[in-house]
Write a protein that binds this ligand. Structure first.
Ligand code: GLU
Length: 304
């Protein structure tokens, strides 16, 4: 589809005139410093053509989008045993809520809410001597980009204010669903969330979810069945308690993060990443949601 570029330019032109861009997350103090006027989109089609607009080369904190990547690494290492420790149901709750975790005896609803992602971190900490390093190498290898790094300032900022994540990890530990110690698992969790990527790098990483588990160099990181399951989880659980709304308006599997990034995929067709730091009340990028809604409406391309 060669008119992707025109469509992205039009979307960016339309949305850049909006006055209300949402609110930048400030509960992680370091994120609150980001310029709310940033806006970028990068799309890669299945034939590896790139289309881009705005601030798509600027690095930002991908936050919860990283949960899809830790999930991929853990799932490829331990397979279906993962589902004994974390469920696959939407939570309908904000990302950091703990009430369901207690009601359901320490089994998180899904791997894309914080408690579920902390269990996935625990799996990786058990698998590796140094999970932080191994995860970073995994991401660098998928993207074929050794420059990808953690943002230590963001990780430290979250460590100082991540009281709910400490609560979740302690609750998991009390139910016997955390093998390693809370500090070590959370140190890894805060680092994975601090990964800094541009829209271009993010779309490049998620190419494997449209290409049957193979990255752009055609190396295999997931099998087809695993890609199917992760895409299903992104569709049903990728947007906190706004997953239904995202499916309704955009119609693609995807994942957002409180750094203002969103990535979405249409298997066998394209993957797209957007970044605009202002969030709506549910914690998803306001302009990003609108941009993706316009993209699937203008192109008539969605999973539905
Ligand atoms: N690191 C953030 C937290 O744990 C991730 C939240 C998000 O992006 O949804 O609160």
């Amino acid at each position: 589809m060669s008119n992707f570029q025109n469509i992205l330019d039009e979307i960016s032109g339309n949305l850049n005139t909006l006055k209300d861009r949402g609110t930048v997350a400030s509960y992680i103090p370091e994120l609150g410093k980001i310029d709310a006027s940033k806006f970028g989109i990068h799309l890669i089609d299945i034939h590896k053509n790139h289309y881009t607009t705005g601030d798509s080369d600027e690095l930002f904190s991908i936050q919860s989008i990283s949960k899809v990547l830790t999930l991929s690494q853990a799932f490829s290492l331990i397979g279906d045993r993962l589902w004994e420790r974390v469920d696959v149901e939407p939570s309908g709750d904000p990302f950091n809520h703990l009430s369901l975790l207690e009601m359901e005896n320490g089994i998180p609803r899904n791997p894309l809410i914080n408690a579920g992602a902390i269990v996935v971190c625990d799996v990786l900490v058990s698998q590796f001597k140094n999970a932080k390093e191994e995860f970073l190498s995994y991401v660098q290898e998928i993207a074929n980009d050794p420059t990808i790094s953690y943002d230590e300032k963001v990780a430290a900022s979250e460590q100082q204010t991540g009281f709910r994540n400490y609560a979740a990890a302690n609750l998991l530990k009390s139910y016997g669903n955390l093998e390693n110690n809370v500090e070590e698992v959370l140190d890894f969790y805060f680092h994975q969330c601090s990964l800094q990527l541009s829209c271009k790098q993010l779309a490049s990483l998620f190419y494997m979810f449209i290409n049957r588990g193979q990255c752009q160099r055609n190396n295999t990181f997931l099998n087809i069945g695993q890609v199917k399951r992760i895409n299903a989880l992104m569709l049903s659980c990728g947007f906190y308690d706004e997953a239904g709304e995202f499916a309704f308006k955009v119609g693609l599997p995807g994942k957002s993060g409180v750094g203002g990034g969103i990535v979405a995929v249409l298997p066998n067709q394209f993957c797209v990443a957007t970044w605009s730091p202002g969030l709506n009340v549910k914690g998803n990028s306001k302009l990003g949601m609108l941009a993706l809604e316009q993209l699937t409406t203008r192109t008539d391309l969605s999973i539905f």
